[in-house]
Design a binder for this molecule. Structure first.
Ligand SMILES: C[S@@+](CC[C@H](N)C(=O)[O-])C[C@H]1O[C@@H](n2cnc3c(N)ncnc32)[C@H](O)[C@@H]1O
Length: 492
């Protein structure tokens, strides 16, 4: 019997080193507030990440936020790397090497205010899901929030057959081959089949698109996605029914949604919300969902948090001139100009942060304008802006700087864009590295321009207009670093 058949997952190779800002407490707080759901505000926030993978997200959140951070993953390679980061930052973090089954049996754990499970639910066997549900049932505190992401139907249906085939083929291969070698062989078979006339992929264009991604993609992610023994996409209404059984109520997607913001006033009925969202998944052919659940039958008693929402401060996390408000983003259709205006408004402030209430005012009047609200959601959902943490304590500053040093020296050493750990947003932003020599001239446009021109002309001829643009973008980047409390530039 292969390992995959024993526990329903079975992939033992290391996973990717991804960071997911939607798991950060500051993000989850904003999404909860936007739905009229209060964010748990005990003395110490207790946070748990199920199956943390390499542990980059968990470590960033533990370093950049106050609170107690816990997580588990049964892959020893993952736990070892997560420990290295934790030792570097000195953050308050507990890393467990338990399986989900072992975790559910433990009696020595506290209750948690927030539990997150990213990329776990669809990839584990039924028995393991039951263990996860037992853990959630026992360990999510009253009023606590669950973030859960999963492969969603109908969109993920295009992957079911190909995933099962890849699993079956890799599981039947000689175990002296590595997981990566088996996967590459299996991809080779698929690629040959896909060229034969009348093959399966000819009749299913979405399955062919997926196949192209499988054939062209990198294997650590794909191995974990496509060779696990259990890969079960579900409809949102099916996932929410399972959560309902343990007393968790669906609050909506874990992203900002202009149609579901409490300021618009509509009262929410959970059953209607689940149905509407499930139908929307069909409209948009969604293949992946990230959702928020709360342990409390709030029903119609949702709190009106408009004031709190308007008071939430938002920081600029990308240079407006460099962002691509992509026409491919369905949320951004027709409002690219509003998104840019909003980003420029933030940029014009020093530091580049504003309360939502101020950001949504044009010409001093509250607009209540749906397009403005939609632009704010696009800017947040795409990572151009980020909610600012409620409290920025000195300990988070020190641990963030230490983790930042570690990540810059290891994972991001060669990268021009780096994840920078920020205690100001309790999260990490993907930013271009700053050029240390030019920092001193960020507020002297003429000097900055001439230095940039001298530097850039060595590489290529650039016009005065381009130089001006580079200088403005560079000055904006410096401001973003300052806004995010990334004040130690000397290590860049
Ligand atoms: C697809 S990866 C996602 C990792 C991480 N959450 C992320 O998104 O980067 C799934 C993770 O679940 C872990 N895992 C799978 N089955 C498990 C089990 N039964 N107990 C504990 N961890 C498990 C794997 O080791 C792997 O790190």
């Amino acid at each position: 019997m292969t390992t995959a058949e024993v526990d329903g997952y079975g992939v033992r190779s290391g996973y990717t080193f991804g960071y997911y800002r939607q798991l950060s407490p500051t993000w989850l707080r904003l999404v909860a507030l936007s739905r009229g759901v209060p964010f748990p505000a005990g003395e110490t926030l207790r946070y748990f990440e199920l199956g943390f993978g390499q542990g980059v997200s968990l470590n960033v959140h533990a370093a950049a936020n106050p609170g107690e951070y816990w997580g588990n993953d049964y892959n020893p390679e993952h736990v070892a790397f997560a420990r290295q980061m934790a030792e570097a930052s000195g953050a308050n973090i507990h890393l467990l090497g338990d399986s989900f089954e072992q975790l559910a049996e433990r009696r020595d754990l506290p209750q948690f205010d927030v539990i997150v499970a990213h990329g776990i639910w669809s990839w584990i066997a039924d028995g393991t899901r039951e263990a996860v549900l037992r853990f959630l049932d026992e360990r999510l505190a009253p009023g606590g929030l669950l973030y859960i992401s999963y492969n969603a139907l109908p969109g993920a249906a295009s992957g079911i057959a190909v995933q099962r085939l890849l699993h079956a083929v890799t599981a039947s291969m000689d175990s002296s081959l590595s997981e990566g070698e088996r996967f590459d062989l299996a991809r080779g078979y698929l690629s040959n089949v896909a060229e034969e006339p009348g093959n399966h992929f000819d009749g299913y264009p979405k399955a062919r698109e997926r196949l192209d991604r499988i054939l062209g993609g990198k294997s650590p992610y794909l191995l974990h996605e496509y060779t696990v023994a259990s890969w079960r996409p579900e409809l949102l209404c099916e996932v929410s029914a399972q959560m309902k059984q343990i007393g968790l109520e669906f609050c909506g997607s874990a992203y900002l949604d202009p149609q579901r913001i409490v300021t618009l006033g509509a009262e929410v009925n959970e059953a209607d919300l689940v149905l509407e969202e499930t139908l929307r998944d069909f409209r948009l052919d969604r293949s992946f969902r990230s959702d928020l659940f709360v342990r409390a039958p709030l029903g119609s008693a949702r709190l009106a948090t408009v004031g709190e929402l308007n008071d939430q401060v938002i920081a600029l996390t990308a240079v407006p001139d460099e962002v691509d408000v992509s026409p491919a983003d369905p949320e951004a259709q027709g409002i690219a100009d509003q998104v840019r205006t909003l980003l420029e408004k933030l940029e014009s402030h020093t530091p580049s942060r504003l309360r939502i209430g101020e950001l949504l005012r044009s010409g001093g009047e509250a607009t209540g304008d749906r397009q403005d609200l939609a632009a704010l959601c696009v800017a947040l959902n795409n990572g151009f802006t980020h909610p600012v943490a409620a409290s920025d304590c000195a300990a988070s500053r020190t641990s963030s700087e230490r983790l930042d040093d570690f990540l810059c020296a290891t994972l991001f050493r060669e990268k021009q864009k780096q994840l920078r750990v920020s205690p100001a947003i309790g999260s990490a932003a993907n930013l271009s590295a700053l050029d240390e020599e030019l920092i001193a001239y960020a507020n002297q446009p003429q000097e900055l321009m001439s230095r940039l021109a001298i530097r850039e002309q060595g590489k290529q001829k650039i016009s005065a207009v381009q130089t001006l643009k580079y200088a403005a973008n560079f000055a904006c980047l410096v401001k973003i670093y300052q806004t995010l409390a990334l004040t130690r530039f000397n290590k860049i």
